[in-house]
Design a protein. Sequence first.
Length: 551
Amino acid sequence: MRADYVIVGAGSAGCAMAYRLSEAGKSVLVIEHGGSDAGPLIQMPAALSYPMNMRTYDWGYKSAPEPHLGGRELVCPRGKVIGGSSSINGMVYVRGHAGDYDHWAESGADGWSYADVLPYFKRMETWHEGGHGGDADWRGKDGPLHISRGPRNNPLHDAFVSAGQQAGYPATDDYNGEQQEGFGPMEMTVWKGRRWSAANAYLKPALKRENCDLIRALARKVIIEDGRATGVEIERNGQVQVIEARIEVILAASSLNSPKLLMLSGIGPAAHLVEHGIDVVADRAGVGQNLQDHLEVYMQMACKQPITLYKYWNLLGKGMIGAQWLFTKTGLGASNQFESAAFIRSRAGVDYPDIQYHFLPIAVRYDGQVAAEGHGFQAHVGPMRSPSRGAVTLRSSDPRDAPHIFFNYMSTAQDWEDFRACLRLTREIFAQEAFEPFVKHEIQPGADLQSDDELDGFIREHAESAYHPCGTCKMGRTDDPMAVVDSECRVIGVDGLRVADSSIFPRITNGNLNGPSIMTGEKASDHILGRCLARSNAAPWRHANWENAQR
């Protein structure tokens, strides 16, 4: 089997590239180890806690014991299904802040400033404002990816935004528009009541074209002959075979599996490859390094009024929500329930938000375990730009082995300082007048935990990954020894090979990574096709007095 372009991974970026390259008349073959995304567990937005905890749809990865989190091994879900992690994620849609992309460009990712990427965000979106205001001029109108907002019927959603304003923060109608900073409605990749994953938005339409195909197989390594990638060795039905690429091989297998595949193919830190008996094709010290993620805690409050989603947290309630969704694609099943959000700065002198909030009108864990108190609500909160860096390395030269994943979370004093600020600022928000009718008491951390040491203990025990790993095949200039790909996503030192997914991010973006990952696939496609969209002249909002004021 052969095609012009062989893409490894039918995830957020891979689906977008399959769509754009086949649209341009190129023949495309996508290799995906996972299977179908059919059925309500993936397609029903409110069922989001299920697919992420099922080995059918998830690679089942865990971090190595994290020394600064009491030796805990944190779960690290990655989608093993068409759509990749966009088929198992929380469906929250965040572009990131303009400052993130300007930082990318300054650090060596030439041509990836906000002015460069904004046109791609607009091209990929069809934005449904849904009666909540927003910035139509900053948004896309006819892209494959539908972005919508929840109904925000629960009074707690308004209470959260009002409390933010009472605490002195701005409101924003559209954090994906001109002004990210502030409190406002959250956006989701949901359309007509269904999860609008990269598979639904991009891959399924692409597969209707004669020049795009998908095969289910495990990618074992990239075949490299005389310094050029010529194909991908795969295993399916117990047979090993090679898929040939006439023009290029593109890795879009996630920030955990893309570096793993590069290393299995002989591209990576030479000493590490030799240790596993792998012949070195290109000595690239940065492969697998620079691993970043967002950590968060759930600040939970017990609710005085029985208005939270807890009233549906029983077999009958879930059954009714499920039935309504199955027959009409409406009701509570049609939302991820993350319908209010905020982005704030932790202190004066921080030039753009470094704390994100997801607000949820129920007190529940990601694995579906509800708080013992019953009715409650919570804010997921965490710092956006941790200075800690980890690494993805090989356990062995066997392609079936999971990579060794070490995040090195909370390894700097700055991490602890930032996290404590998150907790204290959140308490202040929940103490505002807008929450007075609703707040009964603090479930966790619990009002008795006040000192730095007490808060640190809570963070050590309860911080969870927000599931935003990235950075392991950093994009940069060719003279940067830690860069893995250049600014056109080409692997430095090997011809005919690119990486295009969240692993190329030089630094983690502000918010959830699904949107930036799809944008990466969109922009990489244009680099591959030798074209690019005109830069934007839009000027995003910054707090006028950020140097001297926290809000």
